[in-house]
Write a protein that binds this ligand. Structure first.
Ligand SMILES: *Cc1c(COP(=O)(O)O)cnc(C)c1O
Length: 393
């Protein structure tokens, strides 16, 4: 008989009971150092007292009202995101998929509102992951995700990673915008170069296309800035945020400049749950912490320490690893052996990581990790690598 929970996930035989900071405890009370953070979600680690208190307090007051009424937490969170980013306005949703898909709707809406209803196609990049709805599967075009769910939703053209010639050649009279992850996460922790992202901005401006960044994974401090675009000297027209923004509470946000946002007139989009008081309490509590003076500097500092250690490990085990790559606290080891074998070995030794595409082991720890946490993780990765290298020999 089929299990009651639909069999869509290949789960590890492991269940966690509670967490604190960068650590999780399983049902047998064994402790794990969590460098997966629920896939880059637990930005403040587990059970951060400020986040717990904010959610507890709001839950006891008011959880949900719908968007038929004003929600003061939305006003506050939106104003703070606007004050700290390129954006002029924000729409709140419940997941990464929703945040990106709304951005694609906005690309189309902007072109429509500006006299170009024929422009509806969006260019994406190989290795992309934008979510699991029919439209976002068609944007990502990953065969393993699309299989059996065809036909694809029309309107997406995909070009090679880091290839401007191919991208320019893909622009046609129906092209409306460009959608990329400044750092591909699921695709294998691949940062796009500053020069490439700057060129995308120039190309978008030249052809009156909108530039959208999917920062669902790279956002909210993950790269050592609130959003990764801040490293590039340019800004997108639209940005999708989720994962870390709620610190574990489901929350997404689609942000845009005024020229785009103003085309999303009353009735053009909506969500029953999106931006409800409880989610807003979580989002505001996360921002309280990540916007505090010194927080990003600390992320940059521990990230540099982690990078140095991972680079060293990659160099010392050339039979296991091709390279260490990524940026900030979004790092990966590109493997020569099967990535899931490495993830399993790390887990056995008490460190949680996440497999990613392109045979990469992904490390996306909570942003609150200390240098000691980094040293502990590196020690486990080193010891596990030694065992794996001996097994392979
Ligand atoms: C995880 C992710 C998504 C999808 O987010 P969900 O919350 O699972 O819908 C979209 N884009 C990127 C870059 C992601 O990492």
């Amino acid at each position: 008989m089929i299990p009651a929970v639909m069999p869509t996930y290949a789960r590890y035989d492991l269940a966690f009971d509670h967490g604190e900071g960068a650590y999780l405890w399983d049902s047998a009370n064994r402790r794990y150092l969590d460098f997966g953070a629920g896939i880059a979600v637990a930005s403040l680690g587990h059970c951060h007292p400020h986040l717990v208190e904010a959610i507890r307090e709001q839950a006891g007051k008011l959880m949900h009202t719908s968007n038929l009424y004003n929600i003061s937490g939305q006003q506050r969170l939106a104003e703070r995101l606007v004050a700290n980013t390129f954006a002029d306005a924000v729409f709140f949703n419940n997941s990464g998929n929703e945040a990106v898909e709304l951005g694609v709707k906005m690309i189309r809406r902007y072109q429509y509102a500006n006299g170009h209803p024929e422009r509806y196609r969006v260019i994406t990049v190989q290795g992309a992951f934008h979510g699991r709805s029919l439209a976002m599967l068609s944007a990502g075009k990953q065969e393993k995700h699309l299989k059996g769910f065809g036909p694809e939703v029309d309107g997406f053209d995909q070009v090679a990673f880091d290839n401007l010639n191919e991208l320019k050649a893909a622009i046609g009279p129906e092209t409306a915008g460009i959608l990329v992850e400044p750092v591909q996460g699921e695709g294998g922790m691949r940062p796009m170069s500053k020069a490439y992202l700057q060129s995308l901005r120039a190309i978008a401006d030249e052809f009156d296309l909108l530039l959208m960044f999917d920062e669902v994974q790279s956002g909210v401090g993950r790269t050592g800035k609130l959003y990764a675009y801040e490293w590039t000297g340019i800004a997108p027209d639209i940005l999708a945020s989720a994962k870390g923004i709620g610190g574990g509470f489901p929350l997404g946000a689609t942000m845009a400049t005024e020229k785009v946002a103003k085309t999303m007139t009353s009735g053009s989009h909506g969500s029953t749950y999106g931006g409800n008081p409880l989610a807003m309490a979580a989002g505001n509590a996360v921002l309280d912490i990540v916007l505090a003076p010194g927080f990003m500097e600390n992320v940059q500092k521990v990230a540099a320490l982690f990078k140095t250690g991972l680079d060293d490990i990659a160099a010392r085990y050339p039979t296991l690893y091709e390279e260490s790559r990524g940026t900030g606290l979004m790092r990966g080891l590109k493997c020569k052996i099967t990535n899931t074998d490495v993830v399993a070995e790390l887990m056995e030794n008490g460190l949680l990581s996440v497999p990613a595409g392109d045979n990469v082991v992904r490390f996306v720890p909570p942003l609150i990790i200390t240098p000691d946490d980094v040293k502990a993780a590196l020690a486990i990765i080193d010891a596990s690598s030694r065992e794996l290298a001996e097994d392979a020999a």
